[in-house]
Design a protein around this ligand. Sequence first.
Ligand SMILES: NC(=O)c1ccc[n+]([C@@H]2O[C@H](COP(=O)([O-])OP(=O)(O)OC[C@H]3O[C@@H](n4cnc5c(N)ncnc54)[C@H](O)[C@@H]3O)[C@@H](O)[C@H]2O)c1
Length: 256
Amino acid sequence: MHPFYDLTGKVALVTGGGGDIGGASAMALARAGADVIIVDIRPEPGAERAAAVRALGRKSLVLIGNCADDAVVRDLADKAIAAFGHVDILVNVAGGGDPRWLWELERPDFDKIVANNLGSAWSWAHSLAPHMQAQGWGRIINTASISAKHGGGPPATVSKSAYAAAKAGVLGLTKGLAKELSPSITVNAVCPGLIHARGTKWITEGPEVAEILKTIPKGRVGQPDDVAAAVLFFASPGSDWITGESMDVNGGQYID
Ligand SMILES: NC(=O)c1ccc[n+]([C@@H]2O[C@H](COP(=O)([O-])OP(=O)(O)OC[C@H]3O[C@@H](n4cnc5c(N)ncnc54)[C@H](O)[C@@H]3O)[C@@H](O)[C@H]2O)c1
């Protein structure tokens, strides 16, 4: 393995690790040599992913809880540190879209979307960054979205303004943390476009996909591994001088 990508001896914690993008990211990190802690609100897929990590010869642990709840995150972070002694790489993937329009939401719904996508990333960084700073090395990778940049919306999509706002917040958090946590920790974000996943199958396998593909220069929807490759890059020793960045993983659908 090229030393740029060698994560031997590192411990990664992936929130939303039971899902498609989180799961692919967990496996990519494990293949690069990291032990991987899986955090998810759903026990079953989390356990399956942890078993897959162990099958690669790495250590794994499943932690179940709601990352939108700050007290839960603090408790899970303590458990992670107690079990492994250190967490070197935090990958914030937990979150998800919401297809409802502005007038279908009330303020508590908006707050929930923000807590799920943005508050969760803040709580995890707040809980684990002090440990990373104490050891002098760390990586934080946040999951934003193409919606953070183009606002979401039609054609068929799970993303509208509340989600776009939450994910745009993830980009601001990424830049701010990059400055606050330097030099020991790098903080970067991935911005996936349309990825084939359990929550997007109705689009990627639906009747509107042909129209959507006309807007994607690469001519296909993304796969979870397309995002995992970017996550692995930001987690790697080789990306040490890159912080506060966001990487578009969207097949060229939106370029800035
Ligand atoms: N699939 C896409 O097209 C796409 C595009 C852009 C961004 N994203 C973002 O990527 C991330 C992963 O998406 P995915 O498509 O793999 O979805 P997914 O539903 O397969 O994975 C999300 C995982 O996070 C878990 N989760 C959600 N909220 C949680 C919480 N509060 N606490 C703990 N676990 C929680 C879910 O149980 C699930 O396992 C999300 O943040 C999503 O917004 C996805």
